[in-house]
Design a protein around this ligand. Structure first.
Ligand code: GLC
Ligand code: MG
Length: 523
């Protein structure tokens, strides 16, 4: 029997920007609770919450100062318990964000580690002596720009931080760190959490000899600072798979939990994270839909390559957006965003939706004085800002779009008065209506949720494939272009699609698809 997370659709909530309940302009747990109706009506199966743990918020919660509590900004542990219970009552699973690579520099572990070279927790973090010239130990860079090493004058050593200096990296080679982090997972699973999305999983293990990263020959001014070198030594060390297996063993102490790894890795490497003998994460996030050329051939090739690389027993997954990436609707435009949604929800594998994508939400316009993302603030000219995709959910046409009674922490998207949940709920042709319809069809179809995938045609702007489960066959035909395309007998005449981007759905009368049209039909 398939596990729940194989047929499930996951919905990512970025809590700061989902719904505010207490009028501080920042989303919170009670806010999410108020909006569970939206998720139930949408028809997703699981919610993944970006971090809600106590944090100084240097990286908006990805700098955790206590792994086993809730930040007052978001509510209390009791609020989270309530959310878990209420979600479960509605058959929604709850996945938390686990941030194991680094803690906040305000975490008691780091404060103790930093206090003295003789501290019992000194080696819980990564400390190195200065280079011969007194500078950083090697050329490793921080993702957010500059050296990844920060000098601690009091103890005369540098500590390593792959992100901000407020996010020191934990030393996963230390057995006590592993044990402490395993206990964090147990703490949440005992509270009923159904799984974890594991932050920057490929960063956990680095070269134990701290050798320099090679210089990137293609780097040019204007490119993000981190791309000056190729990170072959500072992350994804082969030993990572042992760490992943350790995490999996802990998850397996409980029933029915899922581990999802955040992994920006090429496909050939990504699939290693399923682990030898399947002892890895259940779903190594596959982000490649977000950078593939939007052409039928390229998409078909991506699917084929991925499917071909999957180890025995591994289950695929697909992602179109998250809080770190530009919005799909801005990248492809509103029409192709609908096609993208149809693709995401009909490919073989677990899809993850990012909040707002069900509305076709574009990136918000964030003026220079509204920038909050620490990366954008450090590299204002490198086009790395992540605020646009973190803009609050537009719920209705009221004050601050129903998100908050106060001014939201980030600006709303430009057209929130017409582009919001309430408006789309009343419009049978909206992106929301399409997403709901696709989720409904998917839920009631074994072929779509668990069936096989077979490519039928990838030519020009036309992509056609079949999903099959025993006798049930569904055919998906997508027009990736803005000119009509012929289907040349691929779809039987006068079939009525069970889902379509163009509503109300007509029968496939002629032999083609309109511009930007996609259909799902029963064969
Ligand atoms: C992940 C998160 C991102 C964060 C980074 C550091 O990539 O998704 O938002 O900045 O890790 O924790
Ligand atoms: Mg609030």
């Amino acid at each position: 029997m398939a596990a729940w997370w194989q047929s499930a659709v996951i919905y990512q909530i970025y809590p700061r920007s989902f719904q505010d309940s207490d009028g501080d302009g920042i989303g919170d747990l009670k806010g999410i609770l108020q909006r569970l109706d939206h998720l139930e009506a949408l028809g997703v199966d699981a919610i993944w919450l970006s971090p809600v743990f106590p944090s100084p918020m240097a990286d908006f919660g990805y700098d955790v100062s206590d792994y086993c509590d809730v930040d007052p900004l978001f509510g209390s542990l009791a609020d989270l318990d309530k959310l878990i219970a209420e979600a479960h009552a509605r058959k929604l699973r709850v996945i938390l964000d686990f941030v194991p690579n680094h803690s906040s520099d305000q975490h008691p572990w780091f404060i103790e580690s930093r206090s003295s070279r003789l501290s019992a927790k000194r080696d819980w973090y990564i400390w190195q002596d200065p280079a011969a010239d007194g500078g950083p130990p090697n050329n490793w860079g921080s993702t957010f720009g500059g050296s990844a090493w920060d000098y601690d004058a009091a103890t005369g050593q540098y500590f390593y931080h792959a992100f901000l200096k407020e996010q020191p990296d934990l030393n996963w080679r230390h057995p006590q760190v592993q044990a402490a982090m395993h206990d964090v997972l147990r703490f949440w699973m005992r509270r009923g959490v159904d799984g974890f999305r594991i932050d920057v999983l490929w960063h956990l293990m680095k070269d134990p000899q701290f050798r320099d990263n090679p210089v990137n020959p293609d780097w040019q001014p204007g490119m993000p600072d981190i791309t000056r070198t190729l990170r072959t030594q500072s992350c994804d060390h082969p030993d990572i798979l042992g760490i992943v297996e350790g995490l999996r063993n802990v998850a397996d102490e409980f029933e029915d939990r899922v581990l999802i790894g955040e992994l920006y890795r090429p496909l050939e490497r990504l699939v290693d994270y399923y682990g030898p003998q399947g002892k890895g994460v259940h779903l190594p996030f596959n982000f490649h839909l977000m950078d593939v050329e939007w052409r039928a051939r390229d998409l078909a090739e991506l699917v084929q390559t991925y499917e071909g690389l999957l180890p025995e027993g591994a289950w695929p997954n697909w992602v179109l957006g998250n809080h770190d990436q530009p919005r799909i609707a801005s990248r492809l435009g509103p029409e192709q965003a609908r096609i993208a949604m149809m693709l995401l929800l009909t490919l073989r594998g677990t899809p993850t939706l990012y909040q707002g994508d069900e509305l076709g939400l574009p990136d918000a316009i964030v003026a220079a004085d509204q920038v909050r993302d620490p990366w954008a603030l450090r590299e204002p000219d490198a086009n790395v800002g992540r605020d646009p995709q973190r803009s609050p959910m537009p719920w209705d046409g009221g004050t601050h779009s129903g998100f908050s009674s106060a001014k939201p922490w980030l600006p709303l998207v430009d057209h929130w008065r017409t582009l919001n949940v309430a408006v789309q709920e009343g419009d049978a042709g909206s992106m929301l209506a399409l997403t709901r319809q696709l989720l409904k069809v998917r839920r009631s179809s074994q072929a779509l949720s668990l069936g096989t995938y077979r490519l039928i045609c990838a030519e020009g702007t036309l992509l056609v494939y079949e999903r099959r489960w025993e006798e049930e066959r569904k055919l998906i035909a997508l027009n990736l272009g803005s000119e009509p395309v012929e289907l040349r007998g691929i779809v039987p005449n006068r079939t009525r699609p069970c889902a379509g981007t163009h509503m109300p759905i007509e029968t496939v009368a002629g032999d083609g698809l309109a511009a930007n049209e996609g259909i799902v039909v029963d064969l």
